[in-house]
Design a protein around this ligand. Structure first.
Ligand code: MEV
Length: 438
């Protein structure tokens, strides 16, 4: 069948499903059954999900897991995490428990500044545009008053606006670089609305400006958009304890453990190949809470990795040291998050997740998310520098293998019993199952 389709978005949901099923599946009825099997049984709830995006045909599940016992600044949190990777929630929960008895996690908000830019082209003298900007700065800000009114009442709004000259990099390229405080909202819509108004005012005022010649009056706005790079929307998460207190079942020699751990972090600081995987482990924790709380994980990912490259080379987000017998492990991470607006009041599971977190402010959520990222990194490094990652990972992955081979209850029991004291490998489980089935 021809795979090109026109007017797909105008088809009814039923017709979209039929088109997909008939175009891509040899047994279309089975495909339709599968798609509909993932619909919510409550039509109103399904409609809500359908309307989040265009061309929705069904839902795509991710497990929502719970990592309890996170002690952050002395308060206990139970953290919801949406993620498909088998060992992540278990690792978070393990780290949370480990640190709960060693003083817990400490977090600090360093700043909450958001950024947006109006990118424009001005072919004229830099001095003239600077003096135009100085004269019109107050009017530029005032032109956003109706947009910023509610945000200002909540203590937010435009923090600063500055003209940046980047003509040395691109002919005629200037910016209005604007910083914002958006309180409990992530602020994307608010920031973009302000920027588009600023761009409009810039054009109008330039066209009227008597010191500009005809070419200078014709300021060309290229685009107005927030930046997902928010190096000043920053939170610090850390843990520390006496090296001797690190002792537990798998850490018999805490001094050797701490030294090896610090070395592993140093490797991620200097070696980009390792840094990417090291930070990926941190993002396992960060993304899963970001997703569960209805925040934009793509924005977070982009911003975090830019921050990890801020010194010119991609590097570790976390740091570790041993000083005067104290082991300290910490991370600063940029997180522009919201607990109001967006999906937060729409998606029932997001509302649920925010309730489990006891209705956090955006600042609270920054601290929780950073903590889970650090906890995840601790768990990964602890495994990597002691038993190796596969032991825990494969234990959690065992269920996936059993599901893949449609093992029945009796087989599952025997496999789990056998692998209790064995390293789990895909091939090992398959061979064991094959022998059982002979
Ligand atoms: C796997 O999802 C994450 C790790 O590779 C992170 C790391 O290596 O630090 C275990």
């Amino acid at each position: 069948m021809d795979q090109a389709v026109s007017g797909f978005s105008k088809l009814s949901k039923e017709d979209k499903i039929n088109w997909i099923a008939q175009t891509y599946f040899s047994e279309p009825e089975k495909a339709v059954k599968l798609i509909k099997g993932y619909w919510n049984s409550d039509p109103a709830l399904q409609k809500l999900h359908d309307e989040f995006i265009e061309n929705t045909i069904t839902n795509f599940y991710l497990p929502l897991g719970i990592a309890p016992n996170f002690v952050i600044n002395g308060k206990n949190y139970t953290v919801p995490m949406a993620i498909e990777e088998s060992s992540v929630v278990a690792a978070a929960a393990k780290s949370a428990k480990f640190w709960a008895t060693r003083g817990g996690f400490k977090t600090t908000i360093i700043d909450t500044e958001k950024i947006g830019q109006v990118h424009f082209i001005f072919h004229g003298s830099a001095d003239k545009i600077q003096s135009f900007f100085n004269q019109n700065k107050a009017d530029l800000i005032a032109s956003t008053d109706s947009i910023t009114q509610n945000m200002r009442a909540r203590g937010g709004g435009i923090r600063s606006i500055e003209l940046r000259n980047l003509t040395h990099q691109l002919n005629g390229y200037f910016q209005l670089h604007v910083t914002f405080e958006t309180k409990d909202s992530m602020g994307a819509n608010f920031i973009n609305s302000c920027l588009e108004q600023l761009a409009q005012t810039l054009k109008t005022k330039a066209a009227e400006h008597s010191d500009f010649n005809a070419e200078e009056k014709a300021v060309e706005v290229v685009m107005s958009i927030l930046s997902n790079y928010v190096p000043n929307c920053l939170v610090r998460a850390e843990v520390s304890c006496a090296v001797s207190d690190l002792v537990e079942k798998k850490i018999e020699n805490p001094q050797a453990f701490a030294e090896k751990f610090v070395q592993a972090v140093r490797i991620a600081e200097i070696e980009p190949y390792r840094a990417v995987t090291h930070n990926k482990g941190i993002m396992n924790g960060i993304d899963s809470v970001v997703l569960a709380t209805g925040n934009d994980f793509r924005a977070i990912e982009a911003g975090v990795h830019a921050y990890a490259s801020r010194n010119g080379q991609y590097s570790s987000l976390s740091y570790a040291e041993i000083k005067d017998g104290i082991f300290r492990f910490w991370m600063d991470v940029p997180l522009a998050l919201g607990t109001v607006g967006g999906l937060t009041s729409l998606h029932p599971m997001v509302k649920f997740a925010l309730s489990v977190l006891e209705q956090p402010s955006a600042r609270d959520l920054m601290q929780i998310v950073a903590t889970v990222g650090l906890a995840q990194n601790f768990a990964a490094l602890r495994s990597l520098t002691t038993t190796g990652i596969q032991e825990g990972h494969m234990k959690m992955h065992l269920n996936n293998i059993l599901n893949q081979f449609q093992a029945n209850d009796a087989e599952r029991q025997q496999v789990k019993e056998y692998f209790k004291n064995q390293v789990v490998s895909h091939a090992g489980v398959v061979t064991f199952l094959e022998n059982l089935r002979k």
